[in-house]
Design a protein. Structure first.
Length: 355
């Protein structure tokens, strides 16, 4: 059986002294260890699955080395799960562990869940949601360093730092990909109005057209919903019984499930993808985008990156001199981190067909 990695193993892999490892993983690296060495130490600890002795650390630092994470749908959602996975990567690399509570989208349970985590003496809190949304921050989150991931404070003066995807740029880059392929008649199945992400992606779609000096046809924008059947119905409305000259040459979707519905409708109408119709998704959802036939070009939501950035912000606050103030927007710190989405080009997009 493999032995547990030691601080000396981390030091050897990172090319530093054992004392440097101790300083960094105890939260005292700044001012004592070079930034590049700190990064190498944390990466080596992650690769070796090393964690300091939690009891010894808590006695020395008066900390539990535990981070509480409140999620609204971690059990069934790949979205929350990926954010939490990224957060846990960072936490483990810095000698912390995470404890997750799932409220199953029942906001009435938020306050009691936060109190339960605080009763366990967590050093900090993270609130994670399955989709971009505003939330009412439970008061208990203001008692310890806290951060929001994939959601934002609904207060007129936000009280906590939030880490969210850059949805406007994502919509713009997705549309630009199609414009660069020569498409000038691009329909948009834009999700639903109850999602804060939907209008941001529409804004990106409009921005890309404006930058390309291409007109936007308002009749090509539909708030269709989010599911496969909505994508199918929206596409049939756009294409069924319409002459080839009047059809859009590409359909951009607000998520990958809509794109599946588009592909099914295209097959029903005898249209080849991407020869007759290009399809663009959004999310890069596992077991959907890469397994669709043809495989789906899409914008990847930076879920793990959001989790990593949020946890880094939180741990920096816990281990820094400012404590709670470092995550509190009222204290003059940055209130928002926006993480870029990434274009993933596969087989569902191609040059615009000639008419």
């Amino acid at each position: 059986m493999n032995r547990k990695a030691t601080a000396l193993d981390v030091a050897k892999r990172a090319g530093v002294s054992r004392s440097a490892v101790s300083l960094v993983l105890n939260g005292r690296g700044d001012g004592n260890v070079a930034k590049e060495s700190q990064d190498r130490i944390r990466q080596a600890a992650l690769e070796l699955n090393y964690s300091p002795n939690a009891i010894a650390l808590s006695l020395r630092n008066q900390r539990s080395r535990v981070i509480g994470i409140l999620s609204d749908e971690v059990v069934v959602s790949p979205f929350d799960g990926n954010i939490i996975g990224g957060a846990d990567d960072v936490a483990r690399s810095r000698g912390f562990v995470t404890v997750v509570m799932d409220t199953e989208r029942d906001t009435a349970r938020d306050a009691s869940a936060i109190e339960t985590l605080l009763d366990r003496q967590v050093d900090g809190l993270m609130y994670v949601t399955v989709g971009l949304k505003p939330i009412e921050v439970p008061h208990g989150m203001l008692r310890v360093p806290s951060v929001l991931a994939n959601c934002y404070d609904n207060h007129p003066q936000p009280q906590l730092h939030h880490v969210i995807p850059d949805e406007v740029t994502g919509g713009r880059e997705a549309t630009r990909h199609l414009l660069d392929l020569g498409h000038r008649d691009i329909a948009l199945l834009a999700g639903s109005e109850d999602s804060p992400a939907a209008p941001l992606r529409v804004q990106g779609y409009r921005d890309a057209h404006m930058l390309a000096n291409a007109p936007v046809r308002e009749d090509r924008i539909f708030m269709a919903g989010w599911d496969i059947d909505a994508g199918y119905r929206g596409t049939m409305k756009l294409l069924d019984g319409v002459s080839p000259a009047d059809r859009p040459t590409a359909i951009m979707c607000a998520n990958d499930r809509l794109a599946v519905g588009v592909a099914l409708a295209a097959a029903r109408l005898g249209l080849s993808v991407p020869q007759n119709l290009s399809i663009m998704g959004y999310d890069d959802e596992a077991r959907i985008a890469d397994t669709m036939v043809p495989s789906l070009t899409t914008m990847a939501l930076p879920l793990r990156e959001i989790g990593r950035a949020a946890m880094t912000t939180l741990l920096d606050a816990i281990e820094g001199a400012d404590g709670i103030e470092a995550t509190n927007a009222d204290k003059g710190t940055a209130v928002e981190t926006m993480v870029p989405c990434r274009l993933v080009v596969r087989e569902s997009t191609g040059p615009a067909p000639t008419r």
